[in-house]
Design a protein around this ligand. Structure first.
Ligand code: X8Z
Ligand code: ZN
Length: 628
């Protein structure tokens, strides 16, 4: 339900949940001129006798709005927390009510803010006002009943996903259990069954989803956007059209690396499964990649482990060998942040977080980080498994919490990431410092097991199967949603459109000859029914390497980027905190510059990180025909 809040009341700051956090939209200075001119025209046509309201009135309006937002979010966030931790008919209904209230407030404030279009405001007030005018990522139209309908649909979609189960081998199987099979099985027919089984939870969502699209498009149009995709693209301190080009540019930088990884992985799968199951020149079958959505491929690392390279590190085995439990994994994550000079997590974090999956009730298991009071009541909620993947996810979630705490003294309008990609990149950047040397330092890896230099390619391959494999998935999810919102994909094309983009960007195809006529495969990925924008993760996968490189430069590290760990470096911690403290108070290039010295998002750091692997992959692929 985070979504409701976020989406419903987003207003930048109703951002209690990171991962579902909405982005305070702000407008870059270059756009501001255009807005002012347009606003002046609007004011002029509104009647020559109506002079625009004063700066003082604008200030008072923003202060009053801030108070109202804070009050509602305190109340709503607790409802969302309870609902996500205890999914029942009643909590769903409470969450829908709170969502409707938040949606109405968001719409009302966004419309009221239009009154100040003709007022020439100081930068700070203009930034807050424009954020308010963007409303939420899922805005309700003004008409009677729309906010209630929207909130109901959104609650229902997320709860359907959260409680989804299917029959497999006489057991009702949930996502966690299904994911374990997809991660470990090498039996193609079993993989196909489980992959298809999970997707039986989503056809029921399709009509509701298309209804939701209609409502939020109407809401977006009332806010002055052509559709909800345009509203989302407007959240990056630049013109929405420019953002499309920006995403394409970044993808163009990293695509050659992805293509090589794809080619090498496909060859390995062809080798294991044979031509019938994985032809050598067709897109990769999505169920063979070790992950339910084929979004990261670390679980099939054993199939691509380089022959002539030393052994990497298997974090899952290390955790098991040391007998660590979930809470201890979180404590290690906390330890990384405190080593950089951050305060320990508050006692309430440990008392109130959900760290293991409860046996006796339904919860939203998808990991998230929460900020319940915009001050110190930070928490995570995840059904943690004792494995390397979740060890990294813990750092990801704690990164959200640390960011939330860093900007707690900002105005409510600025209590969010510089852009939403920043929020997703913080913990991931920290996790890039989980090097073998670091693991030895914290006693998880025995020094005699430290991989030698000959293991570089193995370590990089492990990392690439997670991070590089993810890039086109990070991009395609919202390419799909943008087309859905714009009407380019009608409801009858939702599924075919999804697979068109899965093939275009990721080079994947579904198992089986065709998908059922009622399939709604996007609904089987959390962020679609959970209504969380996804471009943020693509950006985060670029930004985290930029942050990592800047941090390693700051630390004076001279070796290869993938060997650098900033563990215990207080100077880096302080500079990182300075960037995070800014929240969204400044356009994101200012925040990026504060930490990295550059104002551009740039894929060259990820390319540098994987440079030795790129040479290896090119060599492996030299006699193969790559692409799809
Ligand atoms: O949703 C998440 C986080 C919560 S913000 C666990 N991630 C994306 C996903 O799982 O699809 C992190 C990576 C991408
Ligand atoms: Zn996240």
């Amino acid at each position: 339900m985070r979504k409701l809040l976020l989406s419903a009341a987003s207003i930048a700051a109703l951002s209690l949940v990171a991962c579902g956090e909405t982005q305070n939209s702000t407008i870059s200075s270059s756009d501001k001129t255009a807005i002012t001119v347009k606003s002046l025209t609007e004011a002029a046509t509104a009647g020559s006798d109506s002079s625009p309201p004063s700066i003082q009135e604008a200030k008072e309006f923003l202060e009053k709005s801030e108070e109202e937002i804070v009050k509602l979010s305190e109340f709503a966030s607790k409802i969302y927390w309870v609902q996500a931790n205890f999914i029942t008919e009643d909590t769903n209904s409470l969450a829908a009510m709170a969502g409707a209230q938040a949606a109405k407030m968001s719409t009302r404030l966004a419309n009221e803010a239009k009154r100040f279009n003709g007022t020439s405001l100081p930068l700070d007030l203009r930034r807050k006002m424009d954020g308010l005018k963007r409303g939420s990522n899922f805005p309700a139209p003004e008409r009677e009943g729309a906010a209630e309908d929207l909130a109901q649909i959104m609650t229902n979609l997320e709860a359907t996903y959260g409680t989804g189960k299917f029959l497999y081998k006489n057991n009702m199987t949930n996502l966690g259990e299904a994911s374990d099979i997809i991660a470990s099985s090498r039996d193609a027919s079993e993989l196909q069954k489980v992959w298809e089984g999970w997707r039986t939870i989503s056809p029921v969502m399709k009509d509701k989803y298309s209804e939701m699209v209609k409502i939020v498009n109407e809401g977006s149009q009332e806010l002055g956007y052509s559709d909800t995709g345009a509203l989302w693209r407007g959240g990056y301190d630049m013109d929405g059209e420019a953002f499309i080009k920006e995403a394409d540019r970044l993808w163009g930088q990293v695509k050659p690396l992805y293509n090589e990884l794809h080619c090498n992985t496909r060859a390995a799968l062809n080798n294991i499964y044979g031509n019938d199951i994985q032809p050598i020149n067709a897109p990769i079958r999505a169920d063979l990649l070790g992950n339910m959505w084929g979004q990261s491929w670390g679980n099939i690392y054993d199939l691509v482990a380089p022959n002539n390279s030393g052994k990497g590190v298997n974090i899952t085995s290390l955790l098991e060998e040391k007998g660590l439990n979930q809470k201890e994994m979180v404590e290690i994550g906390e330890g990384f942040f405190t080593s950089l000079g951050f305060e320990p997590l508050p006692d309430t974090f440990w008392e109130r977080s959900l760290i293991t999956k409860p046996k006796d009730r339904e919860v939203v298991c998808h990991a998230s980080a929460w900020d319940l009071d915009d001050k110190d009541d930070i928490r995570i909620k995840m059904c943690t498994k004792i494995n390397g993947e979740d060890f990294v996810t813990i750092h990801h979630e704690l990164g959200h919490n640390i960011y939330q705490r860093a900007y707690k003294n900002q105005s409510v309008f600025y209590k969010t990431g510089a852009n939403d990609g920043f929020h997703e990149a913080i913990g991931d950047m920290i996790a890039l410092s989980i090097t073998p040397d670091y693991l030895v330092k914290i006693g998880l890896l025995d020094p005699q097991d430290l991989p030698g230099e000959d293991a570089d390619i193995s370590l990089l391959m492990q990392q690439a199967m997670e991070k590089v494999a993810f890039l086109p998935f990070g991009l395609m999810v919202d390419q799909w949603r943008w087309k859905v919102f714009s009407g380019e994909y009608s409801p009858s094309e939702y599924n075919s459109g999804w697979w068109e983009l899965r093939e275009k960007y990721q080079g994947l195809r579904h198992p089986g000859v065709s998908r059922p006529a009622d399939a709604f495969d996007p609904g089987a990925k959390f962020h679609i029914p959970g209504n969380t924008p996804y471009m943020r993760y693509f950006l985060a996968h670029i930004l985290q390497f930029q942050f990592h490189k800047a941090a390693c430069d700051m630390a004076g590290f001279e070796g290869a980027l993938h060997e650098c760990s900033i563990y215990e470096n207080k100077e880096v911690g302080q500079r990182f905190n300075e960037m995070m403290e800014m929240g969204a108070s400044k356009p994101w290039p200012d925040a990026l510059e504060a930490f990295t010295g550059t104002r551009e998002m740039d894929g060259s750091a990820i390319l540098e990180y994987f440079d030795p692997l790129m040479s290896y992959l090119k060599d492996q692929n030299k006699n193969r025909s790559c692409g799809w």
